[in-house]
Design a protein around this ligand. Sequence first.
Ligand SMILES: Nc1nc2c(ncn2[C@@H]2O[C@H](COP(=O)(O)OP(=O)(O)O)[C@@H](O)[C@H]2O)c(=O)[nH]1
Ligand SMILES: [Mg+2]
Length: 301
Amino acid sequence: MITMELSNQPNKVLFMGLGASGKSSIRSIVFEGKSVNDVKDYHATINYTRSTKNIIDAPFQIFDCGGQESFISVFVGEQAEFIFSDVAVLIWVIDVSNFDAVSTSKFYFDLALKKLAAYSERASVFCLLHKMDLLLPDMKNQVIETVKVYFAPISGLKVQYRPTSIYDQSIYSVVGEIIQTLILQSSKAQTVSEAIEEFLKSNVEMSGIAVYTDEGLPVFEGGETDRIILPANLWLASYDRLSSEYQQEEIKTVLETNNYIFVFHVIKSQLLLSGIAKKVAPLQYVLVKMEQLGEILNQLL
Ligand SMILES: Nc1nc2c(ncn2[C@@H]2O[C@H](COP(=O)(O)OP(=O)(O)O)[C@@H](O)[C@H]2O)c(=O)[nH]1
Ligand SMILES: [Mg+2]
């Protein structure tokens, strides 16, 4: 039903940017569960690759567009109507460690925005200031500010800028944020999101709730969730081994630090529900509350 509801909505997620900026790496890490090691020797993407991904019943078409100029110039040229129609979000990837390429990237970015404004005027646009890990720590802020100014849009489209790297959690939180803005257009996702907000309101001991795909992409977040994403990703990395060891059993995990309690458990056999509470709350209380929330979400999802 939701699929039908969304079928008229633009659902294309376009990854664009120059060759070797990191598009295919990002796509396969956040949507296909590949590891950083898997993407080390990726070769140039020829033309484009198209895959579909269902997230909370919303079908997305992921387009990973080859970045060599011979391809990009065709995407913004004769193929523009095909490429830029039905776009929900354009994700423009900039390799911020490759200063020489930045002006070429900007040249095609402007052309792409023009076409996007023509064929998908309601699309959102994100610039990923990518490969941040390659910058010296002292340079990071200045590079972010400079690139933001340089990539200011000439058209009326609003552009958001996010620093990212595949070597930390930023790539998951940023792509998760983008996907959340898209799935929240479905009424089912809105209901789930409201249930999480309601839960946090009536259980003030809980400080944050997040739901992740099995690749580690946060699809729902409420309250303070910054601290959850790293343990959640570590948890997901070991989940396959744990679940093959304890077949038939439901696996729940608690992680305690000096100040916090984290609880993880799988819902709908593929999503990871996780919660964080300040340690003033007794563990048993947190476990019971998370159990209740799990049941609610199992029904809604
Ligand atoms: N240091 C660093 N390298 C990255 C990052 N993301 C991707 N890469 C590397 O950049 C190279 C090109 O990546 P690829 O995904 O093929 O780029 P594409 O041409 O835009 O699809 C690969 O060797 C990746 O491992 C990142 O965040 N940091
Ligand atoms: Mg590629």
